[in-house]
Write a protein that binds this ligand. Structure first.
Ligand SMILES: N[C@@H](CCC(=O)N[C@@H](CS)C(=O)NCC(=O)O)C(=O)O
Length: 234
């Protein structure tokens, strides 16, 4: 098999894919996307992802963008990261994976980049941010209730793509955006998701990502801003 190439920036959505690649012990190389130079908008990068977003995973089937699509493709191609297509738990994992990628993650993006969704008026931006933070609180409560019910595909023994996606979203809730009050979020309010993060933090996939992206000792349960060896988060 060819080595995959992950186009990444530290502490960006590419971190989710890196964790999944590491979890499945898949060989890959990385190419830094220099966000400080807005390299994601370059012609070369737009040939990989016309939407100018990180990540992209180059595969033998061509470049894949959209984090959820990459995760699902990896799980289906290699197994082990999610229940197989004919497994009875497949439907449950799919619906929650798509909930995270279609609803939770976009809500987070709207709190990071409110100007892109609400326009230049600061009052409109603040209103969108408040609305999205309230929505995120609801979504995280739903996900915590799900984790509390201990489905086999979300427990500690079988970490997979959903664990990687959720832990990173929780990290970003705690850290970003830097410029506004983030007291709406406390990981302790979702104790079952806290446990999921705690467990992921003990795994080699996280240790490798920590070193590669400068994530600090407790990247999910008590995150601090990345201090990466190369590149920048924003
Ligand atoms: N829907 C995309 C979202 C990815 C995303 O939000 N990427 C951010 C970094 S975390 C990005 O590329 N930001 C740069 C920009 O929007 O200009 C996915 O799931 O891959």
């Amino acid at each position: 098999m060819n080595r995959y190439v992950l186009h990444y920036a530290p502490d960006n959505a590419s971190l989710i894919v890196r964790l999944a690649l590491e979890l499945a012990r898949l060989p890959y190389d990385t190419r830094l996307v220099d966000r400080a130079a807005a390299e994601q908008t370059s012609a070369a990068y737009r040939r990989l992802n016309p939407h100018w977003m990180i990540p992209v995973l180059e595969t033998p089937q061509g470049p894949i963008f959209e984090t959820g699509a990459i995760l699902l493709w990896l799980a289906d191609t290699h197994g082990g990261l999610a229940p197989a297509p004919d497994h009875p738990d497949r439907a449950a994992v799919l619906k929650w994976l798509f909930f995270v990628s279609n609803t939770l993650h976009p809500a987070l993006r709207m709190t990071f980049y409110p100007d892109r969704y609400a326009g230049p008026d600061p009052a409109h931006q603040a209103s969108l941010r408040d609305t999205m933070q309230a929505a995120l609180k609801t979504h995280l409560g739903q996900l915590d209730a799900l984790a509390a019910s201990r489905p086999a595909w979300l427990d500690h023994e079988t970490p997979g793509i959903l664990h990687c996606y959720l832990a990173c979203c929780l990290r970003w809730c705690a850290l970003y955006p830097r410029t506004t009050d983030r007291s709406w979020f406390r990981l302790a309010d979702t104790p079952h998701l806290h446990n999921l993060c705690l467990n992921l933090e003990t795994l080699p996939c996280t240790l490798t990502a920590q070193a590669a992206e400068g994530l600090g000792p407790t990247p999910f349960t008590a995150p601090r801003l990345a201090n990466p060896p190369e590149g920048s988060a924003t």
